[in-house]
Write a protein that binds this ligand. Structure first.
Ligand code: SF4
Ligand code: SF4
Ligand code: SF4
Length: 164
């Protein structure tokens, strides 16, 4: 089933538990640098959760010269760690530069939607912030917003409250 993570920027408090949970699940240790979700806080007090939006045309997948990227049933981009050569083509092709090259990793890291049960969403819900919400659409359609520039988004949020 196709799933998607809806983000409500106004509810994020920047606790970064999502980064911790993501790295624990995927790397087995607390390693926020390797988290597939990142919290950008270019203006203090206005954190913006940032992660892959599963583009309709998947330019990252198309750009990979070694076919290391594929699309899962959930809509997530999957990375074959054996095939990725860290050339950076997917980073250049992504409109938001979402794929991450992380020191100590042999392949890029991209959100895999945790197989359809995202732990980042679960932790955000469990502490009552609900900045991340899972959208399930059996028919394949998902409600999506598009990639925002996290720096501009943080500024826009601050502007709305008259902080900048
Ligand atoms: S867990 Fe939720 S509230 Fe905390 S930083 Fe992540 S998205 Fe924001
Ligand atoms: S990594 Fe970037 S280009 Fe690829 S699906 Fe995600 S947002 Fe789109
Ligand atoms: S859905 Fe899973 S892989 Fe994607 S950012 Fe959340 S915890 Fe990380």
């Amino acid at each position: 089933m196709r799933v998607w993570i809806l983000r409500d920027y106004s509810k994020c408090v920047g606790c970064r538990l999502c980064e911790i949970e993501c790295s624990l699940k995927h790397e087995g240790l607390i390693w926020p640098a390797a988290s597939r979700i990142r919290i950008h806080e270019s203006i203090y007090g206005f954190p913006v959760p940032y992660l892959c939006v599963q583009c309709d045309d998947y330019p990252c997948v198309a750009s990979c010269p070694t076919r290391a990227l594929s699309v899962a049933e959930t809509g997530a981009v999957l990375v074959s760690e054996d095939s990725c050569v860290l050339c950076g083509s997917c980073v250049s092709a992504c409109p938001g530069k979402v794929p991450k090259i992380v020191r100590g990793k042999k392949a890029v890291v991209i959100c895999d939607l945790c197989g359809g049960d995202p732990v980042c969403v679960r932790v955000c819900e469990s502490i009552g912030f609900n900045a991340l919400m899972l959208v399930r659409k059996p028919g394949g359609e998902v409600v999506k917003s598009y990639l925002n520039n996290p720096i501009e988004t943080s500024r826009d949020l601050a502007k709305k409250l008259g902080v900048v």
